[in-house]
Design a protein around this ligand. Structure first.
Ligand SMILES: Cc1cc2nc3c(=O)[nH]c(=O)nc-3n(C[C@H](O)[C@H](O)[C@H](O)COP(=O)(O)OP(=O)(O)OC[C@H]3O[C@@H](n4cnc5c(N)ncnc54)[C@H](O)[C@@H]3O)c2cc1C
Length: 335
């Protein structure tokens, strides 16, 4: 959001408490335009994908780091129903840009092929190295002297007719991008969030070679250094950022059915995804104080959603452009 505003020539100040855990710091960063369950395009894929490609490419130049990678995803197909659905859907207008018709038969090196009928392939997918991206963005803003490393103090907001004053400085708007911690925000905690914890592992796997993401009831994302991210779990009850042993076992059990070699866990991380009740982002002004804005609800798909909707909120702030009803904060405000 801050980069979007900065690129449009705006003065921004970021207040970030990096001692707080964050979902983005642990995210696998996958971009997947397909919902496998019904083999449909993911929400707004046709609009989001071209937008994010252009945006991440421009940001890579600005931040002088390569953090976006195009990688195809292979879906393990195990039964006739899945196989027939894939074949039937592959040429449908809504999905044909995102999946290949041909199903690969040969298994990647190091995979058990018993019971596998083939591998369906998703294109226009990939991932963003979110840690690298965030570190590069923070460096950029620190160099521009507009990054304040501290906890945001809600008591220090003074609302004015023209905007607000925060710790002695005038601003037109304050945009809250607090992820899960929005529940502490006195202005936006009323919003219906339904956060979901996720655990993810970084692993090395003996003898397994695959340059594509492998997807089943887990994903195995190959990283540049030859290790893999293995994820992810969904837990709506234990909303903390502590890695859970049972989630780790669960992930290792799921993948064990497919992998031949020994798996070594190199890192185990957990985060809480800021999902909303209707699983759509939430953006726009506070009902009483329009100088206070929210940008949240990115849920499980922040990497795909953030570029497009940051631009939409920027258009709203700078040009009073309307916000899509599906994501507009007003949908939760009763008159
Ligand atoms: C295990 C896991 C795997 C995931 N995998 C993917 C994936 O493959 N693809 C994908 O697109 N998404 C994935 N996600 C989801 C993704 O992480 C989120 O959609 C996205 O990161 C949300 O970003 P955010 O900026 O809203 O929240 P966050 O990343 O949580 O950032 C919130 C920020 O606000 C700061 N903050 C909050 N309150 C305050 C305060 N009072 N003062 C100062 N600073 C404050 C925090 O320090 C933090 O930096 C995954 C999430 C998890 C947990």
């Amino acid at each position: 959001m801050a980069l979007e505003l900065k690129q449009r020539g705006q003065d921004v100040t970021i207040v970030n408490d990096s001692s707080l855990p964050s979902s983005s710091k642990v995210a696998a960063g996958l971009i997947n335009p397909v919902v496998f369950k019904r083999l449909l395009p993911s929400w707004k894929a046709a609009e989001l994908l071209p937008f994010l490609l252009t945006k991440y490419q421009a940001l890579e130049i600005l931040l002088e780091q390569k953090f976006h990678h195009s990688v195809n995803i292979t879906k393990v197909i195990e039964n006739q129903h899945e196989l027939e659905t894939w074949k039937k859907r592959a040429n449908a207008e809504d999905i044909r840009d995102y999946i290949l018709e041909e199903i690969a038969i040969e298994s990647p090196t190091g995979l058990k092929s018993t019971d596998v009928l083939g591998y369906g392939e998703v294109v226009q997918s990939g991932y963003v190295d979110t840690t690298l991206f965030l570190t590069a963005a923070a460096e950029f803003f620190k160099k521009a002297s507009c990054f304040i490393e501290t906890s945001f103090s809600y008591n220090d907001i003074e609302l004015t007719s023209a905007g607000l004053i925060y710790q002695g400085k005038n601003y037109d708007f304050l945009v809250f991008c607090e992820g899960f911690f929005v529940h502490r925000n006195p202005y936006f905690s009323f919003l219906p969030f339904k956060p979901v914890k996720g655990d993810v592992l970084t692993v090395s796997i003996d003898g397994y070679k695959n340059t594509k993401v492998l997807n089943k009831n887990f994903f195995l994302l190959p990283l540049i250094d030859g290790t893999f991210r293995l994820g992810a779990t969904y837990d709506w009850k234990n909303l903390d950022f502590k890695p859970s042993e049972s989630a780790k076992e669960d992930l290792l059990n799921r993948v064990a059915d497919y992998i031949l070699g020994k798996i070594e866990v190199l890192k185990h991380e957990a985060g809480v995804r800021p999902s909303s009740e209707d699983r759509r982002p939430i953006l726009g002004p506070h009902p009483e104080f329009p100088q206070l804005q929210v940008f949240n609800g990115l849920g499980t798909k922040g990497v795909m959603l953030a570029p497009f909707f940051a631009a939409q909120l920027a258009n709203h702030l700078l040009h009073n452009a309307p916000i899509d009803e599906e994501v507009f904060v007003g949908r939760f405000i009763k008159n």
